[in-house]
Design a protein around this ligand. Structure first.
Ligand code: TYC
Length: 102
């Protein structure tokens, strides 16, 4: 940090404002039709979660209606959403995945 002198001649530290990129939550939404095992598979495949973590998040979505799967930069979050939506559509499941600013 920079040293800055005030009116009395006392040196104080100022923190230069560091720009951090905005982060985005990736959300998984519940529905009545997508099989539980398919959701667990998606979480393992696209989010690098182990089986236990994936099962836990899937159950949270099933019970609460949605859950945050992870928080990423805009580009990474958007890629995950597209990957999940494409994979679900290819398998004809109505699973919904979306993102919002953290
Ligand atoms: N509710 C679904 C079922 O009972 C399971 C499910 C969980 C679906 C999570 C979507 O994001 C989801 N088969």
């Amino acid at each position: 940090d920079d040293d800055r002198e005030d009116e009395t001649g006392v040196a104080t530290k100022t923190r230069p404002k560091t720009q951090r990129p905005p982060m985005y939550k990736v959300l998984l939404l519940n529905d009545d039709y997508t099989p539980m095992e398919f959701v667990v598979h998606i979480l393992e495949r696209f989010f690098g979660l182990n089986h236990a973590q994936s099962f836990e998040i899937m159950l949270t979505v099933h019970k609460k209606g949605l859950a945050v799967v992870g928080v990423f930069s805009f580009e990474v979050a958007e890629t995950k959403v597209v990957q999940v939506m494409d994979f679900a559509r290819r398998h004809q499941h109505p699973l919904q995945c979306t993102m919002e600013k953290d």
